[in-house]
Design a protein around this ligand. Structure first.
Ligand SMILES: CC(=O)SCCNC(=O)CCNC(=O)[C@H](O)C(C)(C)COP(=O)(O)OP(=O)(O)OC[C@H]1O[C@@H](n2cnc3c(N)ncnc32)[C@H](O)[C@@H]1OP(=O)(O)O
Length: 287
């Protein structure tokens, strides 16, 4: 009986032929039949379909490196959490034909959130938008263009402009990246530690169709007027507001001030955010 149990455990958890060398996150297998192209969009359904222990392990380990890079206590991303969420991961990897290994290079996780925002004049806005929740390129592969490829792929797949994505608690490196690759250099820190850029609000047209009538897809008037910062109690919508994923049905219909899928890490995130924001605001920009 004991032997049968042991055999069944071994069957359920086959060893993953992965080698986690210092330099890269590698799987000793050709993952092309499983993952397809080198830039791949993985939503919860696709992750479930993969059914490959090595892929799950390598993604989780890359997420652990991201966690270390951001000085967090626990990773923001894991395959376990992804299968139960409406977040989407964009993964970059390559197959090294010479060595017969698949190398995981980096990923970005995005998801829709309902956010209250203010612009530089403290005017307030409310709506649903795509947020960059976790973004990491393996430390041995950074500054070689992988990050830009991943980000461009997100823009292409989600049909948005770079300024239409909110950054969740960005690092100084990510802000440098947004500056150098997309000329977005005036971050507006929100109370929620999200960052958006003024370009996001440029599309606002006061009173042109949204005047208390019908909000654009994904945006709406709050039931109670809100008073933020400068005292404005008027809520506006963005012309170019990005509607939520139609297929996902706006599952997160409550305002959030942090990534809700990171159970157990929220307090940690808030502390990190405070420290990081103070550091970024007080230090000389890198770019
Ligand atoms: C919402 C969030 O996820 S916040 C967390 C963001 N993630 C991190 O900070 C983790 C550590 N950093 C990384 O993983 C990567 O550097 C990323 C994801 C930010 C960018 O990926 P990369 O593959 O390096 O990007 P890519 O090569 O396309 O562009 C490089 C640009 O990013 C910026 N950048 C990357 N690394 C650094 C760095 N160490 N110092 C300053 N700027 C940097 C620069 O603008 C650089 O352009 P340059 O080389 O012309 O100066």
């Amino acid at each position: 009986m004991g032997r049968r149990l042991l055999l069944s455990i071994l069957y359920v958890s086959p060893p993953c032929p992965s080698s986690h060398s210092f330099f890269s996150m590698e799987v000793e297998a050709d993952l092309r039949p499983i993952l397809g192209s080198s830039l791949v969009r993985l939503d919860s359904m696709r992750i479930k379909q993969i059914q490959n222990h090595c892929v799950y392990t390598s993604m989780d380990e890359l997420a652990s490196l991201s966690c270390q890079a951001a000085n967090l206590r626990s990773p923001l991303t894991s395959c376990d959490k992804l299968v139960n969420s409406d977040h989407v991961v964009y993964l970059k990897w390559r197959f090294d034909e010479e060595r017969g290994v698949s190398v995981f290079l980096g990923y970005a996780k995005v998801g829709h959130k309902n956010l209250f925002l203010h612009d530089m004049e403290q005017k307030t806005y409310e709506g649903s938008m795509l947020c960059l929740l976790d973004f990491y390129v393996h430390f041995a592969e950074q500054r070689q263009g992988h990050g830009k490829e991943i980000f461009d792929y997100i823009l292409q797949m989600e049909k948005i402009q770079p300024y239409q994505i909110a950054l969740d608690n960005p690092t100084v490196t990510l802000l440098a990246f947004m500056h150098s690759k997309y000329s977005l250099y005036r971050p507006i820190w929100q109370n929620t530690n999200f960052v958006v850029f003024p370009e996001m609000f440029c599309a606002l047209s006061d009173g042109s169709g949204h005047n208390g009538q019908k909000a654009p897809d994904g945006w709406w008037r709050p039931s109670t007027p809100r008073r933020f910062g400068g005292g404005s109690n008027e809520t506006r919508w963005l012309d170019g507001a990005i509607s939520g994923h139609p297929a996902k049905g706006h599952a997160m219909s409550c305002p959030v001030d942090a990534d809700q899928t990171t159970e157990g890490t929220l307090a940690n995130r808030a502390n990190q955010a405070r420290a990081r924001k103070a550091h970024i605001l007080s230090s000389k920009p890198l770019w």
